[in-house]
Design a binder for this molecule. Structure first.
Ligand code: ZN
Length: 279
């Protein structure tokens, strides 16, 4: 499949016009999907054949797909941070020009995990751009990226919509959310900002999400009064010890917010109220 993603399509165009930048910051609600499409883009700009569709002819495209080429480095956080040593290693790797591919390429996932010392090493790449090095910083929230890096990148937002076909995902996201809401308390406001809001780009998404939350509390209520058998609620068993009135209040709260969500486009306000008024 050719890359249908608008951002990468435009970058391919810049590449053919010889105007491709050397550092990019991609904000996305789905880093793995972005990585997949990014690898496809990298094949397209490195391919030795004339790249029409997903190339199966050349070994280079194969190696990029499998992430098995030394001129491509993908960095993920080790624990909570991306360590200085990881960036130093990258830097050493890219001292020489690439042999098989056009570019030396690096991709940094969860780039917000660069701390000040690893970011300092990173700046070397960004301040003295070499023609044959191209880099991508991927993050869920570009506001968490160190300014010195952000200011040297071309920034793109690459969000994917929650679609009908991923209703299963929506159910899992919502189950996880209810647990967070019940256990995390006020910290759920951060969870809203980091995990949920990036996935809600339109009011319809918010409404779908709230309906799913309502559905979960409704099931919990029915389980509580013995009208429903437990299905995938293992993680929420602890809630069943709570008084029935709690669920009635919760159902009313979510219902009210759902009504407001039809009129109020500010998703953050609605989700934060869900947290604040849950208490
Ligand atoms: Zn190829």
């Amino acid at each position: 499949m050719p890359n249908e993603n608008k951002i990468f399509k435009n970058l391919v165009k810049s590449f053919h016009d010889n105007k491709l930048g050397h550092a990019f910051l991609l904000e996305t609600n789905n880093q793995e999907q972005t990585l997949k499409e990014l690898l496809q883009f990298l094949k397209e700009i490195n391919c030795e054949e004339e790249y029409h569709s997903d190339c199966h002819k050349c070994n280079l495209c194969n190696l990029i797909s499998k992430q098995e080429i030394t001129s491509l480095k993908i960095i993920r956080p080790e624990g909570q941070t991306i360590k200085k040593e990881q960036i130093l290693e990258l830097k050493n790797n890219f001292l020489s020009r690439p042999v098989f591919s056009k570019y030396n390429m690096y991709i940094i996932l969860n780039a917000e995990c660069l701390n000040s010392s690893s970011a300092n090493v990173m700046l070397k790449f960004l301040e003295e751009p070499e023609e044959n090095i191209i880099g991508f910083f991927i993050t869920n929230n570009k506001e968490n990226i160190i300014d010195t890096i952000k200011s040297r990148c071309q920034i793109y937002v690459n969000n994917y919509k929650i679609e009908e076909k991923s209703l299963n995902d929506l159910e899992n996201i919502s189950l996880e959310y209810v647990k967070e809401l019940e256990v995390g308390g006020l910290e759920t406001i951060l969870y809203n900002k980091d995990k949920i809001l990036p996935q809600i780009s339109e009011r319809e998404d918010l409404i779908k999400f709230l309906k799913e939350i309502l559905n979960i509390y409704n099931k919990l209520f029915l389980i509580k009064i013995g009208e429903y058998k437990v299905d995938n609620f293992e993680n929420l068993q602890f809630l069943l010890k709570i008084d029935i009135k709690y669920f009635i209040n919760k159902l009313n709260l979510v219902k009210n917010l759902l009504i407001e969500a039809q009129y109020n486009v500010n998703s953050q306000l609605i989700l934060d109220r869900l947290v604040l008024e849950s208490r």
